[in-house]
Design a protein around this ligand. Structure first.
Ligand SMILES: [Zn+2]
Length: 215
């Protein structure tokens, strides 16, 4: 019969620290083939110093898109989130690509697990044309600043003159214009040249007056 002391004699192998990865600052859309930067960060469950550890971005095919070494400072407001910026090239194919940031674990000193974090790289075709959209208040005929103009996946906001310039690829688009207190408006456009268009917005009426002619 083993006594209590014997039962407690086991080889002590410390549990590997868990690695937690994060990615931020991915542009909402990226032009095909262009360089872009994202921020990557890693944190150890026990708060180890990760400065100099290498982190890799893998593209949808699992190929290395870029590597970076974590910096020596931790992210402001966090206890041990080491971070770096990595610059990579967008794929040439315009679509939504599933990428992954990964850090390989290590066994030396204190063992650490692998870590990974997914990111979506939304690639749009290189724009060929400039579309100038002028947005007006229909009733007052005054330009409207701060209106959102979307020609999916491209977008812009109107300036003080009510003008938004959007670079887009050739194709068929819906130009969606919206602004607070106005009714959103959508117009179709076939783009095969630089063009200019005017969109007039009506104030959104929360209450519709009764028809005065009905009595
Ligand atoms: Zn650790």
């Amino acid at each position: 019969m083993m006594n209590d002391t014997c039962e407690r004699v086991v080889e002590v192998t410390p549990d590997a620290h868990a690695m937690e990865l994060t990615v931020w600052g991915v542009p909402s859309t990226i032009v095909a083939g262009e360089r872009f930067a994202v921020s990557v960060g890693a944190k150890c469950s026990a708060g180890c110093d990760l400065a100099g550890r290498e982190l890799t971005l893998f593209d949808q095919q699992g190929l290395c898109a870029g590597t970076v070494k974590l910096g020596h400072d931790v992210c402001a407001g966090t206890e041990a989130l080491y971070f770096a910026q990595v610059e990579v090239s967008a794929p040439l194919e315009a679509s939504s690509h599933s990428w992954e940031a990964k850090i390989a674990g290590w066994a030396a000193e204190l063992p650490h697990t692998d870590g990974s974090f997914p990111l979506t790289v939304r690639v749009v075709p290189a724009p060929d044309y400039v579309i100038t959209v002028k947005v007006f208040d229909r009733e007052k005929q005054t330009p409207l600043a701060g209106a959102r103009v979307v020609m999916h996946p491209y977008r812009a906001v109107t300036d003080d003159d009510g003008i938004a310039k959007i670079k887009v690829a050739k194709g068929q688009y819906d130009i969606l214009v919206s602004r607070s207190i106005y009714l959103p408006t959508c117009v179709g456009a076939e783009v095969n040249a630089n063009m200019m268009t005017t969109v007039e917005l009506d104030v959104d009426q929360p209450w519709v007056p009764p028809d005065e002619d009905s009595e």
